[in-house]
Write a protein that binds this ligand. Structure first.
Ligand SMILES: C[S@@+](CC[C@H](N)C(=O)[O-])C[C@H]1O[C@@H](n2cnc3c(N)ncnc32)[C@H](O)[C@@H]1O
Length: 438
């Protein structure tokens, strides 16, 4: 039975208040669509019973949380492990929520005891922003979370299997720690909310004392409980439908062919927003930082601002719109168009194409996908990503059955300096592109 794409209710994907947490999301995340948008689509697409809903760029987990709340099975992947933890935290459930505050006291108690132990000189990426004593206290809290809530000897989370080892309760405490660190690091935020600075020298690192850190942790746990209680409807999942969340690339989904009924997703923006830098402090909590691990992760994320050493060629399979845009970009007179910007865009489109091929592979023959994308500009050149997604979709065997456009008011692409000089008055649009298997 095919899905009823014609009668799906599509409202504006935009979240109401900038970056504040929305129902079900305990962590402010600027890059997602609203829960109500996801809810209207998943309700009105009329899925068969036992359907599986997928988000291959799961972010804060809006799609998977809403799909499960509506009684469907769901699965979400994100290559950034921080986002998998964030998405897991929203699955806490009413019963578990009651145990959060007593557990918080236990965790603080345990980490206070560990403060009395001799300090190790371990290399800790938290020391990028914090003096060693404060980094040690924050790490002590993280170790306590593991000791109480994650079986087995302590290992940095970057070396663990987050999907199977981190429960939603443990994820809530990690999110509380993320929120503490984010508040402490407020002076390292630049005008661009997606960027976090590092101290210019070691003496400028922060030195919050132990009491300030423990108090801040208790406050965040308390706030998380209040926020969750005020969003009651997100606390009760049919237990059979807890989403499966995993760290994985959209370009190689660990799913069998013909498995998914519906995809609701939004790929990373094509405006060089660096998702890894945005979450660098949280990644430091997981142990990414001092070796090459942070840089490796950063380079692997789609839409990042780096350029790969691999020589990727543009392909005609990406469609006319993409080919013409790339040609105009290449010949643009502005500095580095031919070199850095051209290569950076090629990299993005290559990942997008591979990901759409994967979506086609895992969709059931009766399945469909709704993909939320925005137009953007390179200088004055329109990058019509909705059209490119449609044409790439055709090329991998997905036909566009519907598009819904919305005007974008708060424009992420304008965060990069220099973009407004070339296009003072042009508005971007956000589009929901529906693709069905041919
Ligand atoms: C626009 S956000 C998704 C927002 C999500 N739909 C929501 O509402 O919360 C894109 C996400 O893709 C992730 N990402 C980037 N490259 C990826 C890749 N190759 N595979 C999987 N996820 C990736 C980023 O970490 C980011 O969380």
């Amino acid at each position: 039975m095919n899905l009823r794409i014609d009668s799906v209710e599509v409202i504006n994907p935009k979240r109401k208040s900038g970056s504040s947490p929305q129902p079900g999301n305990l962590y402010p995340y600027y890059a997602g669509y609203s829960s109500l948008f996801a809810q209207k689509i998943i309700e009105t697409v009329v899925l068969p019973e036992n359907s599986v809903v997928l988000d291959p760029w799961n972010g804060g987990g809006t799609t998977t949380t809403v799909a499960s709340m509506l009684g469907y099975n769901s699965t979400g992947f994100d290559l950034n492990p921080v986002m998998v933890i964030v998405a897991k935290s929203s699955l806490i459930g009413q019963n578990n929520l009651k145990s959060i505050q007593p557990l918080c006291l236990e965790l603080i108690d345990l980490s206070k005891k560990s403060l009395a132990l001799p300090k190790s000189d371990e290399i800790d990426p938290l020391k990028i922003w914090f003096q060693p004593s404060s980094a040690g206290t924050l790490r002590g809290l993280e170790k306590a979370i593991q000791r109480v809530l994650i079986p087995g000897p302590y290992r940095l989370l970057k070396d663990r299997n987050i999907s199977s080892e981190v429960s939603s309760i443990a994820a809530v405490f990690y999110v509380a720690l993320f929120r503490v660190i984010r508040k402490l690091l407020v002076k390292f935020r630049g005008s661009n909310p997606t960027w976090i600075k590092t101290p210019s020298c070691k003496k400028n690192r922060l030195r919050p004392n132990d009491k300030a850190i423990y108090d801040a942790f208790s406050v965040e746990v308390q706030l998380i409980c209040e926020e969750s209680n005020s969003n009651n409807e997100f606390l009760d999942f049919p237990s059979a439908n807890i989403p499966e969340l995993n760290v994985s690339s959209s370009e190689a989904l660990p799913l069998p062919d013909d498995h998914i009924d519906f995809v609701l997703t939004s790929p990373p923006y094509c405006t060089r927003i660096d998702y890894a830098v945005k979450t660098r402090p949280e990644l430091a909590v997981l142990g990414f930082g001092n070796d090459d691990s942070f840089e490796e992760l950063r380079r692997s994320l789609m839409g990042n601002a780096t350029v790969s050493k691999k020589n990727i060629e543009a392909s005609d399979l990406w469609g006319d719109e993409c080919t013409i845009f790339l040609r105009r970009l290449y010949h643009h007179t502005s500095r580095a168009s031919k070199s850095y910007y051209y290569k950076n865009h090629i990299q993005y489109f290559d990942s997008l194409y591979s990901s759409l091929s994967e979506i086609e592979r895992v969709l059931k023959p009766s399945g469909a996908a709704a993909i939320v994308v925005q137009t953007s500009y390179y200088k004055e050149l329109l990058n019509d990503l909705p059209k490119i997604v449609g044409e790439m979709g055709e090329s991998v065997g997905l036909k566009t059955s519907r598009v819904n456009d919305f005007v974008v008011r708060q424009d992420m692409s304008r965060l990069n300096k220099g973009t407004t000089k070339y296009r003072p008055n042009k508005k971007n649009k956000e589009t929901v592109v529906f693709l069905e298997r041919n």
